[in-house]
Design a protein around this ligand. Structure first.
Ligand SMILES: Cc1cc2nc3c(=O)[nH]c(=O)nc-3n(C[C@H](O)[C@H](O)[C@H](O)COP(=O)(O)OP(=O)(O)OC[C@H]3O[C@@H](n4cnc5c(N)ncnc54)[C@H](O)[C@@H]3O)c2cc1C
Length: 468
């Protein structure tokens, strides 16, 4: 068992910012962004970069970074779909490569913007080592490498078991792939730094403000176009256009209740390692590490010498419920601890000091969804399937173009304005999502036991086809 816990996500404990007041009375803006995570903040940033005079409000129910953006593993990486191989199969070389390149550009731009704007989010651009811990996972690594070649992508390298184990001393690695385009960062420092940046650029941030309804507002006499009224407990905000950036919480709206399922995902964090402990595992660079399970294990170093370890399993609650009591889960925590100790037996005595989790938005085809509703007045970007740190930066640019009515290479990406399949209504939604989760986990265990191939589980594919 873990010996000691932080009361909140480590990131939110180690980054501080005074929240801004809630909406009071009646306010007017050009654009209202709902959700103060990376999607909302990057949208505000890109909009104000493009049009400095725009009146932009960011409206957050809790505090900036309260959602997945303040709680994640901090991997800014290119992952879309289940991996490059699936992305290629689903969209073909040209569209898959355009989507991958757009997110890879975001990994670089997050580094450039934070450096230029003085946001110290502890970003280290050390790449990503994708390790295989069994034959089935190794096949997946090979498929991704082949897909990278077909898509004409640079920056991917095959690593033998010896090379992987020399880099990071885990006896579990049977091979790996290194991808150059990945950075690790302190997510709450990024969210808080971005909030301060967009305020300096002219945005208004409201916190502690629950958006309870959005309705069409009558057009003022001077213009023919209608507006949208955003209702909150303390007042209302009228805007020309709305950006919905609430990710997993979007499942609580009529629009998205069958398009996005909230899945809780969890991490644990060690105490700071001693020098001897670091020597025992090597891992001198700040590369992030991920395996090729369906429910990946992902792990990274922090600047104060800890290891964050996440993944292993996820939890979907009936009717997609999101509640603070789900922010930790003892069963998942124990599974995380066991998998950590299997990977690094030399750290058998390490203590874990933190455990937390949060909801991410899962879509039926495992790629994000961007689009427009309400006759062009509401734009949404959500459903990153648990890896939105870099894609939300790309998403901010897509949403900027949508708000400004600009058609661009970004608004033509494969996950923009597509017709996403829907989950069935409850209770079938929960049952099918749970079946899918179990099927993915079963395939992970089969791989560990040396059974099965690197292809997706046939049962899962049947379930997904039926749902689609
Ligand atoms: C434990 C964990 C680890 C993860 N690790 C990684 C990782 O290493 N790399 C990676 O790429 N991704 C990771 N992710 C996923 C990543 O964090 C998300 O994809 C990303 O942060 C989504 O950002 P967002 O702004 O779209 O949503 P969120 O950050 O979830 O923000 C949505 C916001 O909307 C607000 N909101 C909801 N409803 C309302 C309302 N009615 N009114 C006002 N505000 C509202 C919420 O309070 C919330 O702050 C992880 C997620 C978790 C939970």
């Amino acid at each position: 068992m873990l010996q000691e816990f932080g009361s909140a996500a480590y990131w939110l404990e180690t980054s501080h910012r005074s929240p801004k007041p809630a909406v009071r009375g009646h306010q007017e803006f050009d654009v209202g962004i709902i959700g103060g995570g990376f999607t909302g903040l990057w949208t505000a940033y890109h909009l104000l970069q493009a049009e400095p005079g725009l009146k932009v409000a960011v409206i957050e129910r809790e505090i900036i970074g309260f959602g997945a953006s303040g709680r994640n593993g901090g991997f800014a990486m290119t992952l879309l779909d289940m991996g490059l191989d699936q992305l290629l199969k689903n969209f073909g070389a040209q569209r898959a490569s355009a989507a991958h390149r757009a997110v890879a550009a975001s990994v670089t731009e997050i580094g450039e913007t934070t450096a230029a704007e003085g946001i110290d989010c502890e970003l280290r651009h050390g790449g990503l080592m994708v390790v295989a811990t069994n034959r089935g996972q190794l096949e997946r690594v090979e498929r991704d490498l082949a897909a990278a070649q077909t898509m004409g992508l640079d920056g991917f390298e095959r690593m033998t078991a010896d090379e992987a184990q020399t880099q990071v001393h885990s006896p579990t690695y049977v091979g790996a792939m290194f991808e150059a385009d990945c950075a690790v960062l302190h997510p709450a420092k990024l969210a808080h730094g971005l909030a301060e940046l967009v305020e300096r650029m002219g945005a208004t941030i409201y916190e502690g403000t629950d958006v309870t309804a959005m309705t069409e507002a009558p057009a003022p006499r001077s213009t023919a176009s209608t507006k949208v009224r955003i209702d909150t407990p303390g007042g209302s905000v009228t805007v020309d256009q709305v950006v919905l950036a609430t990710n997993a919480w979007a499942a609580q709206t009529e629009w998205f209740k069958r398009k996005v399922v909230p899945l809780y995902t969890y991490v644990i964090m060690t105490e700071p390692l001693s020098e001897e402990q670091w020597d025992s595992i090597g891992w001198e660079s700040h590369c992030g590490i991920e395996d090729k399970r369906n429910f990946v294990h992902y792990y990274r170093r922090t600047l104060d010498g800890r290891i964050l370890w996440g993944g292993n399993d996820g939890v979907i609650h009936y009717k997609g419920r999101i509640a603070p009591r789900h922010d930790r889960n003892d069963g998942v925590m124990n599974g995380l601890e066991s998998s950590f100790r299997r990977t690094f037996p030399q750290l058998s005595n390490i203590r874990f000091t933190h455990h937390w989790g949060g909801p991410v938005g899962i879509t039926i085809n495992f790629i994000p969804m961007f689009g427009t509703l309400l006759d062009g007045r509401l734009h949404y970007g959500l459903g990153y399937n648990g890896h939105g740190v870099a894609p939300s930066h790309t998403g901010g640019k897509i949403l900027r173009d949508k708000v400004l009515g600009v058609r661009s290479d970004l608004t033509d990406l494969c996950f923009v304005d597509s017709t996403e399949p829907a989950f069935p209504p409850e209770p079938l939604c929960w049952i099918s999502a749970e079946l899918t989760r179990r099927s993915l986990l079963r395939q992970d265990s089969n791989f560990d036991a040396g059974r099965g191939s690197g292809e997706m589980d046939p049962l899962l594919l049947r379930v997904m086809r039926r749902l689609g």
